[in-house]
Design a protein around this ligand. Structure first.
Ligand code: UGA
Length: 443
């Protein structure tokens, strides 16, 4: 990018969206100041220490600082000369299921006296329809245009998703502001869709809710496959070849979770009911998702002969998906909670979750070695799709496990290899359960 296109950009919030946006915009040649209230985080970032697991992010943070294009501060007043300011703030679920906008609102009030005349404010946070319009009221700065520019970054792929987006969405009725924000992304090869503000806000929720429904659909389908004797992998492979459906988001598992899909589906349901609409289809997807962990528990129960009390279970995967250590709303932990409630004794390993001492995992003893998980386990249950689990030495695991049943709730393992090692194997959505005589029971 030539230097004339380099802009002075402020980013508020150094979470995975804010930090990724800041580092990537610096990479694109802009001069970025990223502000976060967390003094410790800011101090670490200044030393190049990135605590979030995001491939390529630490390198971009270091490079941005070395080139003098990326700076971290704790005070919003540092954004006084910014031409564009991105809001990348948390919008967690409030108790009622609505998005809690208190952080966004308090930052807006503070920014009123900080922003330079003619600055453009960009809302990247996922906010309910109407928030951008309300932000304008709260900011009370008619000279500052506000553009909704939702992000579509996946945890664990955030840098790649930022630099290679499928689309850039700009929600505004102000064409000059839209052009201004579009220039920020000049170095990226993606269609820019300029739409109404409400449409941009809704598009983000609509996308996440659609992904959630897709996974709920496939999880229900997996159950049907088991009952009808079909194989979900074969069914989804066939479906995915239809361009209108696509292969993505067709993998069954213990349910969808994380910091986005659960809160966004619930906020969308609430938003719909506020305007008198019962979004029944989405409600059913949420209900199906709530039931999914108990289906996995049932598989574990069956694998160990119908009882769970006192049974030693080894858990592979604790985070809400592979490639992240994020435990928020993790379906894996929903499964482990149900198992411990029935008296099972759990040891868990996740390549991205440090051991020990992770409070969120409850009664699971977290270890840093997958082979320790197998020690004396009667059942091993796989709850994230980490490719590392497939690559484990299943012969070695079989010699460590007491009995040998494997429940692969993500269909990530090679069933043939697992069975050859002496385990019985149960996947998800496969009618044919591989219940061979195990090495131990054969002895
Ligand atoms: C999601 C969206 O994919 C991003 O586009 C969006 O920007 C982000 O939320 C956000 O709103 O910030 P993320 O929360 O990182 O990203 O997680 P996903 O990769 O979407 O996975 C969500 C859940 O669905 C996980 O629990 C995952 O294991 C599950 N899943 C996904 C399946 O069970 N099967 C699949 O085939 C795909």
């Amino acid at each position: 990018m030539d230097s004339s296109a380099s802009r002075r950009v402020g980013v508020v919030g150094a979470g995975y969206v804010g930090l990724t946006s800041a580092a990537c915009l610096a990479h694109l040649g802009h001069r970025v100041t990223c502000v976060d209230v967390d003094e410790r985080k800011v101090e670490q970032l200044r030393r190049g220490v990135v605590s979030i697991e995001e491939p390529g992010l630490a390198e971009l943070v270091t490079a941005g600082q070395q080139h003098g294009r990326l700076d971290f501060r704790t005070d919003l007043t540092a954004l006084g000369d910014a031409e564009l300011v991105l809001l990348c703030l948390p919008t967690p679920s409030a108790r009622c299921g609505d998005a809690d906008l208190s952080v966004v609102e308090s930052v807006l009030r503070e920014l009123t006296s900080v922003l330079a005349p003619g600055c453009v404010l960009i809302t990247k946070s996922t906010v309910p329809v109407g928030t951008t319009a309300r932000a304008a009221e709260l900011l009370a700065r008619p000279d500052v245009a506000i553009v909704s520019n939702p992000e579509f970054l996946r945890e664990g792929h955030a840098v790649a998703d930022f630099l290679h987006p499928d689309r850039i969405v700009l929600g505004t009725g102000d064409p000059a502001a839209a052009r201004n924000v579009a220039q920020l992304y000049d170095g990226l090869d993606a269609p820019v869709l300029t739409v109404g503000t409400a449409s941009a806000e809704l598009a983000k929720y609509a996308s996440n809710a659609f992904l959630a429904m897709k996974v709920s659909y496939v999880n229900e389908l997996a159950e049907l496959c088991e009952r009808l004797g079909a194989d979900i992998t074969e069914v989804t492979a066939t479906m995915g070849h239809d361009d209108r459906i696509g292969h993505a988001f067709l993998a069954p598992g213990p349910g969808w979770g994380g910091s986005c899909l659960p809160k966004d589906t619930s906020a969308l349901l609430n938003g719909a009911s506020t305007v008198g609409m019962d979004f029944e289809l989405l409600r059913a997807a949420v209900r199906a998702n709530a039931a999914q962990p108990s289906r996995v528990v049932e598989k574990v129960r069956r694998a160990c002969g119908g009882r769970l009390d006192g049974v030693r279970v080894g858990v592979l995967g604790l985070a809400f998906k592979a490639g992240t250590g994020d435990l928020r709303d993790s379906p894996a932990l929903a499964v482990t909670r149900l198992l411990t409630a029935e008296g099972a004794v759990l040891t868990g390993y996740d390549p991205c979750v440090p051991a020990p001492g992770v409070a969120e995992v409850g009664d699971v003893e977290v270890v840093d070695d997958p082979y320790v998980v197998a020690k004396a386990a009667e059942v091993i249950v796989v709850l994230t799709e980490s490719p590392q689990f497939r690559a484990l030495d299943w012969d070695q695991l079989a010699t460590l496990a007491e009995r040998a049943a494997v429940v692969d709730a993500r269909n990530v393992l090679d069933p043939g290899g697992v069975v050859a090692a002496g385990f019985s194997h149960v996947g998800i959505g496969t009618g044919a359960e591989r219940r061979v005589r195990t090495r131990h029971s054969a002895a």
